[in-house]
Design a protein around this ligand. Structure first.
Ligand code: HEC
Ligand code: HEC
Length: 374
């Protein structure tokens, strides 16, 4: 008769499949990267962080085989276990076997690093989340690069983890993926290694599933409050209603000053009599006020994403944002004719698609291209 014992408690199993799903979702939305996917990415990323927080607590105070101490093996044990796999007869362990245990630690560390670099990138680049006011753009960009690079590493690790489970399952004739569903493992018929029966497990004082739920709810709450909050580090609330918006918004959308460097604004203001083929001259006093406004809000002084993107002027149109290679590249998916839509009008009408354009933010979360009527 084959006897079974419960190895993985319910909250560990919920955690495991929850993490698998949220990490898979993060990878998918991260690699797809379209505007709507970014919101889902933030939700799932925060959920992942909540799940990790639970796991760290559970690794210290949870049930017997979930505790980190119970599967902390040294290099010798890992080597012996791998040698067993090589010979086709790995030793059976009630909890994580040494090589699998090492993979668990590496995976947890990788996902934790992904979450951390994600938060730093979000704070520095988008000026959103808990680190919004503490991280500058360049730090955020560096974190984003690590984040993107590690995403590939994580894909490789996940593939290694799945392959390891398949191999180990075959060699020990026990479906390990299933044991993560019902929590039960077979006790070896020949007695096998000393396995803890349920009753021997140390008493757990905390209700695991409730704790897991608590962390997940906290993560959801954090997403709602922290990411819905207005982004930090922005130029004054809005340029709507300022003398600048009134004078310069007459012919086209008044671009937020942080899009161009101060030097470019000065040149533009000095050449208003021939402004892209139009005469946009102003009274000298108005011109001075607006120049000051533009120079103070220029890209040199603000750390938002859009202030860092368009700093390489197009050679044939040095005063234009939409002529820069960066702008053209960011919008190359949108057909030219789409900008002619009555609801948009022109490429310079940033506010038609970027709800936060007049605040200079251009968040990936605030892009809504108007539907065509035609
Ligand atoms: C008489 C109409 C008119 C007025 C007033 C006007 N502009 Fe323009 N502006 C244009 C035209 C036309 C273009 C080029 C076509 C386009 O890109 O829409 C342009 C383009 C621009 C661009 C480049 C947009 C791009 O393609 O990236 C900037 C920046 C700009 N204007 C700033 C200003 C500022 C600052 C003022 C106020 C001092 C101002 N404009 C007032 C007509 C005007
Ligand atoms: C027709 C709608 C539309 C208009 C008009 C438009 N954009 Fe965009 N913009 C988009 C879309 C869609 C994206 C997202 C591209 C992508 O998938 O990465 C985008 C991306 C961007 C981004 C990058 C956001 C990020 O984090 O990757 C910036 C910055 C930006 N636009 C600035 C501007 C500026 C400045 C203007 C006006 C001069 C403008 N856009 C006009 C639709 C528009």
């Amino acid at each position: 008769m084959t006897e079974h014992v419960t190895i993985w408690d319910r909250s560990i199993r919920l955690f495991h499949w929850g993490l698998a799903a949220s990490v898979a979702g993060c990878l998918l939305t991260g690699f797809l990267g379209f505007p709507g996917a970014f919101d889902v990415h933030l939700w799932l990323g925060t959920l992942t962080l909540g799940l990790l927080a639970f796991r760290l607590v559970w690794g210290l105070v949870g049930s017997r085989h979930g505790r980190f101490r119970s599967f902390l093996y040294g290099p010798a044990a890992i080597a012996a276990h791998l040698a067993g796999i090589r010979d086709g007869r790995p030793a059976r362990y009630p909890g994580h076997p040494p090589a699998g245990a090492a993979m668990v630690f590496v995976l947890l560390a990788a996902v934790l690093t992904m979450a951390a670099t994600g938060l730093v990138a979000l704070g520095g680049i988008e000026k959103l989340g808990p680190l919004a006011t503490r991280i500058d753009f360049d730090t955020g960009r560096a974190a984003a690069e690590i984040h993107a690079f590690l995403a590939w590493g994580l894909l490789v690790l996940v593939a290694g983890h799945v392959a390891g489970v398949l191999v180990e399952s075959r060699l020990t004739a026990e479906n390990l993926a299933r044991t993560m569903i019902d929590g039960r493992k077979r006790v070896a018929p020949d007695g096998g290694p000393e396995w803890a029966m349920d009753d021997d497990a140390p008493r757990v004082r905390l209700p695991g599933a409730a704790l897991l739920g608590g962390f997940a709810i906290a993560a959801a709450f954090a997403t709602l409050t922290l990411y819905r909050a207005p982004a930090a580090g922005l130029a004054p609330d809005s340029i709507a209603g300022t003398p600048y918006a009134e004078a310069c918004g007459e012919c086209h959308f008044a671009l937020p000053p942080s899009l161009l460097p101060a030097e470019t604004w000065r040149t533009m203001m000095a050449t208003l009599d021939d402004h892209f083929g139009e005469n946009a001259s102003l009274m000298p006093s108005t011109e001075n006020r607006i120049t000051t406004f533009l120079v103070n809000g220029a890209a040199d002084h603000w750390d938002v994403k859009a202030a860092h993107l368009f700093d390489a002027p197009a050679p044939d149109a040095p005063l234009s944002v939409t002529a820069t290679r960066r702008w053209r590249h960011l919008h190359h998916d949108i057909p030219k004719a789409r900008f002619k839509d009555p609801k948009i009008g022109a490429e310079t009408n940033c506010g038609a698609c970027h709800a936060d354009a007049s605040r200079g933010l251009f968040s990936l979360r605030d892009i809504h291209i108007p539907e065509t009527d035609r």
